[in-house]
Ligand binder design. Structure first.
Ligand code: MN
Length: 202
């Protein structure tokens, strides 16, 4: 069965001023749609057609460029959209907040680690908050459309929050000011959704 571009839970302009409507329109409607179409083309007629997107990531043949880039692009953007909300921002609560305090010392320390991972990822890529079996949290980054589910990425666990730091994610509004975009992202993080991902994957 072919993968479908997920609908957004909010309008293109709903994340303004932090993420502008035109960027959302192109990013979701063109970039993510493109990864989706190319992922479907890459698996059509193969034994991968009926696998879940997570299975495809976990069993990735890293020499298969079309599947790696477009499958990663599909998975990563699905997580990215869900991780944001017009009602987002603020701080996590409950067991996720406790895990952040336990593993990073404080929310501010986590924010610094995540922001640093996003800012120092050279070129295109992603920053991640991941959970390992048992609940331990880790921050890392990866290049291009790779993600921590893929073999040999160097950071492990299951990503529960991702930040796209490709220029297409911020250039219209922020130009070269990636740090400003990273700061703005914290105003739209959907912590309720991140808690759900944490509960499901810990
Ligand atoms: Mn993107």
């Amino acid at each position: 069965m072919a993968f479908e571009l997920p609908q957004l839970d909010y309008n293109h302009d709903a994340l303004e001023p932090h993420i502008d409507a035109r960027t959302m329109e192109i990013h979701h409607g063109k970039h993510h749609a493109g990864y989706t179409a190319k992922l479907n083309a890459a698996i059509e007629g193969t034994d991968k057609e009926n696998k879940s997107i997570k299975e495809l990531m976990l069993t990735m043949d890293m020499s298969n460029g079309a599947l790696r880039n477009n499958g990663g692009g599909y998975f990563n953007h699905c997580l990215f959209w869900k991780g944001m909300s017009p009602d987002g921002g603020g701080h996590p609560s409950g067991s996720l907040a406790e895990a952040i305090d336990r593993d990073f010392g404080s929310f501010e320390n986590f924010k610094n680690a995540f922001s640093n991972a996003a800012a120092t990822q050279f070129g295109s890529g992603w920053a991640w908050l991941c959970v390992h079996d048992g609940g331990k949290l880790e921050v890392c980054s990866s290049a291009n459309q790779d993600n921590p589910l893929m073999p040999g990425i160097g950071c492990g666990g299951t990503p529960i929050l991702g930040l796209d730091v490709w220029e297409h994610a911020y250039y219209l509004n922020y130009q070269n000011r990636r740090p400003d975009y990273i700061e703005a992202f914290f105003n739209v993080i959907n912590w309720g959704q991140v808690q759900t991902e944490y509960d499901v994957n810990k």
